[in-house]
Design a protein around this ligand. Structure first.
Ligand code: FAD
Length: 412
């Protein structure tokens, strides 16, 4: 038997297991997926936990519920990849040989990268919401918060779901308004970018939204350190800002097993061909999801679109055919804006978010770059689609993996 090994049973790895078990000849290929954890978290749901909209049970299910028959699940930590020997080294010392390897080990927050972040203030008045523990701790802190200076801080790009920090800021504004403490609260959004978002069209729309809500955008803020004793965040160009509550999105990095394998860049992301998803260094290694170094967004929707191309390319690779340059950087993200409304954006490597209707031209029902209630309903419905369609590799109605220009127009 030939061995196809998938590293990571998160969003991307689980989808690939479901796609490939249907496509590969089971008499020739043995499929194994490795992950150290048994719980699958719906990470987009972490955004809602601090505000009490979802709780822990709404965002977690056993990983094995989504791993299909015909794929072996190995619960073990990955120590390293030995590409010269075509083997994965597990933390228990075992070696797992492979003919084809798919790396889907994702990205994680590393608060220790910033001086002072993990000090005495961590989860006292410095919080994250990118982990289940952080989101739950922040919920408890926000429950009785009386207001003050709230700083939402994006430390460094790239991060998973680059719109989530802005969504958090807008949802926090709505939550504090509803709780009657908005008048006592000043909100600032600190970013290392010059605009509120990486895509200019969308940055303009979101920037005016921040103005409308009286949220100050602090651009080009490159954080040097945090002083938890005096509750100050300090930039390299010596700006100092006080906070009562600091909600930070720490540096995101690929897993340390990538670094130990010598396969990553300085943030442990793996150099990957941007259209085929083949590793740039080893032809029988493919990379998908947040683990890549690609300029596409690190998002579950992106991993879903990548999975279509990667499934095709694994089959082509096995047959010795040229790979399809099929992945166009397509990303599709709802952006919660508070009080039951949301935006939707759809873009790829070459095309910025445009106005229009999605997924059906003219009909929608979702509106691109516009704030609507139905977009918010779509964001909430996405959790169901994630568990029951996306993870299982079932096509999403009306949504193609390449970005469509039908029904789109540039904003006025
Ligand atoms: C707050 C927040 C909001 C988000 N909102 C959205 C959204 O609205 N829309 C959207 O599309 N995306 C969103 N995302 C992003 C989305 O969740 C990720 O992009 C997606 O989960 C990436 O999938 P992945 O498979 O690459 O990584 P993951 O799903 O993180 O999976 C990686 C897996 O690898 C395993 N692993 C890693 N290293 C090892 C090791 N050494 N040994 C064993 N196992 C290992 C991990 O345990 C994990 O199960 C959000 C993320 C966050 C944090």
């Amino acid at each position: 038997m030939k061995q196809l090994v998938i590293l990571g049973a998160g969003t991307a790895g689980t989808m690939m297991a479901n796609h490939l078990v249907r496509k590969l000849d089971a008499s020739e290929w043995a499929l194994t997926i490795v992950d150290e954890h048994t719980t699958h978290y719906y990470q987009p749901g972490f955004l809602f936990i601090p505000f009490g909209t979802y709780d822990e049970g709404d965002v977690s299910k056993p990983k094995t519920d989504f791993i299909p028959n015909g794929v072996a699940f190995l619960q073990e930590a990955i120590d390293a990849i030995d590409p010269d020997a075509n083997a994965v080294v597990l933390r228990n010392g075992e070696r797992l040989p492979y003919d084809i390897l798919i790396v889907a080990t994702g990205a994680k927050t590393v608060p220790g990268e910033t001086e002072g972040m993990l000090g005495e203030g961590w989860r006292r008045d410095i919080f994250d919401f990118y982990t289940i523990e952080g989101a739950v701790a922040l919920r408890e802190r926000l429950r009785n918060w009386k207001g003050g200076r709230l700083l939402v801080h994006l430390n460094e790009m790239p991060v998973k779901c680059p719109v989530a920090p802005l969504e958090f800021t807008l949802l926090a504004e709505a939550f504090l308004t509803d709780r009657g403490v908005r008048a006592e609260t000043e909100i600032q959004y600190l970013s290392p970018l010059s605009e509120p978002f990486t895509k200019h069209n969308c940055a303009l729309v979101l920037g005016s939204m921040l103005d409308e809500k009286d949220i100050e955008f602090v651009p080009d803020f490159a954080c040097e350190s945090i002083d938890p004793a005096s509750k100050k965040i300090v930039s390299y160009d010596e700006k100092e800002l006080d906070y009562d509550l600091l909600v930070t999105i720490p540096t995101n990095m690929g897993d340390p097993c990538v670094e130990r394998s010598g396969l990553g860049d300085d943030l442990n992301f793996i150099p990957t061909h941007k259209h085929t998803l083949q590793s740039r260094a080893h032809e029988n290694i493919f990379v998908i999801g947040d683990a890549t170094d690609l300029p596409s967004s690190k998002a579950g929707s992106v991993a879903h679109f990548q999975a279509e191309t990667l499934t095709e390319n694994i089959q082509r690779f096995i047959k010795g055919q040229a790979l399809e340059e099929g992945f166009d950087g397509h990303a599709n993200c709802f952006i919660e804006s508070g009080h039951g409304k949301a935006f939707l954006i759809d873009f790829n490597y070459d095309v910025e978010p445009l106005e229009g209707a999605f997924p059906l031209p003219l009909v929608g029902p979702f509106r691109l770059l516009k704030q609507t209630r139905i977009n918010h309903m779509g964001k909430l419905a996405f959790r169901w689609m994630y568990w029951y369609l996306l993870l299982k590799g079932i096509p999403m109605p009306g949504i193609s993996h390449n970005m469509s220009m039908m029904g789109k127009k540039a904003p006025r």
